[in-house]
Design a protein around this ligand. Structure first.
Ligand SMILES: *Cc1c(COP(=O)(O)O)cnc(C)c1O
Length: 374
């Protein structure tokens, strides 16, 4: 039986990626400088409408240097979305700073602006706020930006899952002081592994580029006045990214089509809830997610296991950060005491196969298996 994936690499039919990779070989630009890097960074800038970009080895390294660029260091407090992947939080720890987790709202699944306000009452002086756009759903940016502006705290957007999504016609990744993108193999486009930091602040991005290439002072010998990192993207992998940018909008369209197909197919099943897009939102629908009503006899694991038996990959919703053994000692701010929206979504949610290589028959296979459970 053909395996169906949650989200896997999907190269262009035209093989643009191979052509650009071959160019790197043909011209011997096989390091962390070259035309592919320049052109890949440029295409992301043009797509998002942003001034500066630097290709890095992963989304995690982009998060790390983004935080450093915002001046986060030892003992600083950083607010971060609770319902996310651990790579949103690990870089805070790399810098010996302290995360404070902010709960989600049901509308967006992302950071609840009201919980954020509550966090500011308890901790008036965080160094930065990390806003994650989970599964490509857009956070409530008007509210979140307003609150952060009032408190004069910069935002680092974790747009690893949100490339191609828009809030009020403006791309995610263009709201924060800087924003991290990921091109890991499971993301909407991939370089097999890679990331990028983008910002309208050109000095900030130059600084990140400097750190990412070992912080070499301008001198004839290797001289260092700051700690360096080996985080730059390879020109070979940038060739893959350059080709992938040419099909990004196709991937968004397909992801959205997958979501719409699920929505239609499960419309008559009472126990399945699917959150619609907000009027201000264009989600890239990186992963299609559903939740099951509290009293549903069918549980997330029933769906995941039934699909698994048929060689189909599905997954639970990301386990919130405040529930992670490594992070449970940090504070967690919820709107109502003792009630965590993120935990509830985790308990009731399922990420359905959202691979853009799926055919209509593949989608039908998934839908039939799920429907049979109800
Ligand atoms: C994938 C991901 C990252 C990390 O990106 P990598 O390129 O895998 O390092 C960070 N945050 C979120 C929300 C992600 O999904």
């Amino acid at each position: 039986m053909k395996k169906i994936y949650l989200a896997s690499p999907h190269m262009s039919d035209e093989k643009y990626e191979e052509k650009f990779v071959k160019e790197a070989f043909d011209t011997n630009w096989l390091s962390t400088v070259g035309e592919n890097l320049n052109k890949f960074e440029e295409s992301v800038r043009n797509y998002l409408g942003i001034k500066a970009s630097v290709g890095l080895s992963s989304g995690t390294s982009a998060m790390h240097l983004g935080l450093k660029a915002l001046g986060v260091s030892k003992n600083d407090i950083v607010f971060v979305s609770d319902l996310t992947f651990s790579a949103s939080v690990n870089p805070i720890i790399y810098e010996n700073a302290t995360p404070v987790f902010i709960d989600s709202d049901y509308e967006t699944w992302n950071m609840d602006p009201k919980a954020l306000e509550k966090a500011f009452e308890k901790y008036p002086n965080p160094k930065a706020v990390i806003v994650v756009h989970l599964y490509g759903r857009v956070s409530n940016m008007d509210e979140i930006c307003k609150i952060c502006r009032e408190h004069n705290v910069p935002i680092l957007e974790d747009s690893a899952e949100g490339l191609g999504s828009k809030y009020k016609e403006k791309f995610l990744g263009t709201f924060g002081k800087c924003s991290a993108l990921s091109f890991n193999g499971n993301k909407i486009i991939t370089t097999t592994g890679g990331g990028m930091l983008v910002s309208d602040d050109e000095d900030l991005v130059s600084k990140v580029k400097f750190w990412s290439t070992q912080s070499k002072d301008p001198a004839r010998y290797y001289q260092h006045s700051e700690i360096g990192y080996n985080y730059r993207m390879s020109n070979v992998l940038a060739g893959i990214g350059r080709g992938q940018m040419m099909v990004l909008e196709n991937r968004v369209a397909k992801k959205r089509e997958i979501f719409d197909t699920y929505k239609k197919a499960f419309k008559d099943i009472e126990d399945i809830e699917i959150t619609d897009e907000k009027e201000y939102e264009r989600s890239n629908r990186w992963l299609s997610t559903i939740t099951l009503k509290k009293n549903s006899k069918v549980k997330p694991l029933d769906i995941i296991e039934s699909l698994e038996k048929e060689n189909i990959e599905a997954r639970m919703v990301w386990k919130p950060m405040h529930m992670q053994p490594i992070f449970e000692k940090y504070d967690f701010i919820t709107l109502q005491d003792e009630v965590s929206v993120g935990e509830d979504l985790f308990t009731r949610g399922v990420c359905l196969p959202s691979d853009t290589k799926m055919t209509n028959e593949d989608l039908e296979r998934v839908i039939n298996i799920v429907r049979k459970l109800f």
